[in-house]
Design a protein around this ligand. Structure first.
Ligand code: GLN
Length: 386
């Protein structure tokens, strides 16, 4: 028997590949984006309490009302818009599920979907799975800014959806108000839907305000806005996120959600319904990660790498173009094996061959982990040149 692949060009995601290689060779893993410090003990206690209280059966399909209610208030607190938690919010099993559902309910055979590259690696295969045609637009290196004139040119009658992500993984770039206003101009009076991937909404630096899609009515009314508790609460393994969308879009979104996962795990929803009330936990996140970014930058400055700008997310890009001609994937693999530090080659996030000689480091790590990585780089400096 032979299964005809629906995704013949798709291999294993780079995050699994690099983490597995790091484990295999004992490298310091600064590749896959996940924190190596513990989650808040109070939050863990709340999950345990919910389990012990018998909250171990299916949650309501759209999410626990108390959790959706607190997310609605958090949304108003942060972005000045109070969504209807009953009709506009759905709790899902991670932002990944939300992105999948949102693409599934918008994209049909032959539809064009604009994405910005480098793009998070789940967008493209899911679009193709539903018969969509990806129209990639390269962000302008090295600032990873958008050429809005190009976006205008790439919009066609077939454009069904535009997916964007700010703060941006892997570049660390953030969209400013002028970007959002450019988007408003392009989509108003069209039937284009939007997905705004905002999983790093609270990881943004230097007092820059996060330009959530929620703040712009023209965007919000056609948009699936997606966030993840994994990033905000250092719990990527919990796979808990949510999607905010207008009622008509949410209705279609839930049709997919109910037959995809049906509902999301119950005790964690009970825990988060309590924990999200504590505003300081998410309001203090920019400072928490900015300190890490700054310290990691200082450490990296001692190495031969050149640093690119990082305005948000927990990723720092470095250029090695003055050190080696090797392509990014080979260089990242060699660094993992020979230097003992795992990173992510940014070229894997492009459809068109693009090799700027840039690597992504994840700095959501304890200082001792970051120091161990830098120490290895300094000790094996000569291996960086090849
Ligand atoms: N978002 C994380 C990253 O960019 C990884 C998520 C995953 O492993 N699927 O590294």
């Amino acid at each position: 028997m032979q299964l005809h692949s629906k995704l013949p060009h798709v291999g294993t995601t780079i995050f699994s590949v690099m983490s597995a290689l790091a484990n295999e060779v004992g490298a310091v893993n600064l590749s896959q984006g996940f924190p190596d410090f513990p989650a808040d003990t109070e939050m863990i206690h709340l999950v345990t309490k919910a389990m012990q209280n018998g909250q171990n059966q299916y949650a309501p399909m759209p999410g626990l009302p108390a959790l959706r209610e607190i997310i609605a208030h958090k949304t108003e607190r942060c972005y000045g818009y109070l969504p209807d938690w009953n009709t506009e919010l759905t709790v899902v099993s991670g932002a990944s599920e939300a992105i999948f559902n949102a693409i599934a309910c918008t994209v049909s055979q032959g539809d064009e979907v604009i994405i910005f590259e480098p793009a998070y690696d789940l967008y493209l295969p899911v679009i193709e799975l539903f018969g969509g045609k990806v129209v990639p637009i390269s962000l302008q290196f090295p600032a990873y800014s958008v050429n809005w004139e190009e976006v205008k040119q790439k919009i066609s009658e077939k454009t069904k959806l535009i997916i964007f992500n700010t703060p941006h993984n892997p570049s660390g770039a953030v969209w400013q108000q002028k970007d959002m206003l450019s988007l408003v101009e392009l989509v108003k009076n069209t039937n284009i839907f939007l997905i705004s991937d905002e999983v790093y909404e609270h990881i943004i630096f230097d007092k820059i305000a996060h330009e959530s899609a929620i703040k712009y009515e023209e965007i919000r009314k056609r948009c699936f806005v997606i966030s993840s508790f994994g990033k905000t609460y250092h719990t990527t393994g919990w796979k808990l996120g949510y999607c905010l969308a207008p009622a008509e879009l949410t209705k279609e979104f839930r049709k997919i959600h109910q037959f995809n996962t049906f509902s999301t795990n119950t005790p964690m929803q009970y825990a988060m319904a309590e924990f999200v009330k504590q505003e300081d936990k998410y309001l203090s996140l920019p400072d928490f990660y900015q300190e890490r970014r700054d310290k990691f930058k200082k450490m990296l400055q001692e190495t031969p790498f050149e640093l690119l700008d990082c305005k948000g997310t927990y990723f720092q890009l470095v250029s090695y173009k003055h050190l080696s001609n090797e392509n990014e994937s080979d260089y990242a693999i060699r660094l993992t094996k020979e230097v003992g530090v795992a990173t992510i080659p940014v070229s894997v996030f492009y459809q068109k061959p693009t090799d700027n000689k840039v690597l992504r480091f994840c700095f959501a790590k304890q200082y001792q982990t970051l120091e161990a990585g830098i120490e290895r780089i300094l000790k094996n400096k000569e291996k960086l040149y090849k």
